[in-house]
Write a protein that binds this ligand. Structure first.
Ligand code: GDP
Length: 140
C-alpha cells in the first residue's frame, strides 16, 4: 500500500466544542500520523481561495462564513492510503448519512458544520497541503 499524505482540517464547530483531541484520537487510532499541525483563524480571503472549487454552489457564502467563524486546526496526515483512509474515518458529508463510528456521525452538528475536512484525491491533497504548509513544517 502506498504511503500518502492528505490535508485535514478540524473545523470551527469542533474547535469551539473543544473536540480537537478527540478528533486527533480518531485519526491516530485509524493509523494516520499527524506529521504537521497548526491552529489558525482563516481570513475571508483564505477561506474563499481554499474553497474556490465550490464558488458557484449556493452554499458557498455560508460555508466561507462558517469556516471563518472561529479557529481551525490544519493538519497533514500520513499513512497507507491516507486520502481514502481519512475520508473513511471522517464519514459522509451529511452527518445524517454518515456511517456509525465515523467522526461526522459522532461529532458533526450539520451538513455544513461537519467538524472535519479531508482532501478527496491525492492531487488535491498535494495542492491543499501546499496551501497551508511549507516543506520544512512537515516532519514525518
Ligand atoms: P466534503 O468533501 O465531504 O467536505 O464535501 P464537499 O466538498 O461536497 O463540501 C465541502 C463542504 O461544504 C462540506 O464539508 C460542508 O462543510 C459544506 N457543504 C457541503 N454541502 C453543503 C450543503 O448542502 N449546505 C451547506 N450549508 N454546506 C454544505
Amino acid at each position: 500500500m502506498a504511503t500518502e499524505r492528505t490535508l485535514s482540517i478540524i473545523k470551527p464547530d469542533a474547535t469551539r466544542r473543544n473536540l480537537t483531541g478527540k478528533v486527533v484520537d480518531r485519526l491516530e487510532t485509524a493509523g494516520l500520523r499527524v506529521v504537521a499541525q497548526k491552529r489558525l483563524w482563516l481570513s475571508q480571503k483564505q477561506a474563499e481561495a481554499f474553497y474556490a472549487v465550490h464558488k458557484e454552489r449556493p452554499f458557498f457564502g455560508d460555508l466561507v462564513k462558517f469556516m471563518t467563524s472561529g479557529p481551525v486546526v490544519v493538519q497533514v496526515l500520513e499513512g497507507a492510503n491516507a486520502v481514502a483512509k481519512n475520508r473513511e474515518v471522517m464519514g459522509a458529508t451529511d452527518p445524517k448519512k454518515a456511517a456509525p463510528g465515523t467522526i461526522r456521525k459522532d461529532f458533526a452538528e450539520s451538513i455544513e458544520a461537519n467538524s472535519v475536512h479531508g482532501s478527496d484525491s491525492p492531487e488535491n491533497a498535494a495542492n491543499e497541503i501546499k496551501f497551508f504548509f511549507s516543506d520544512t513544517e512537515i516532519v514525518g
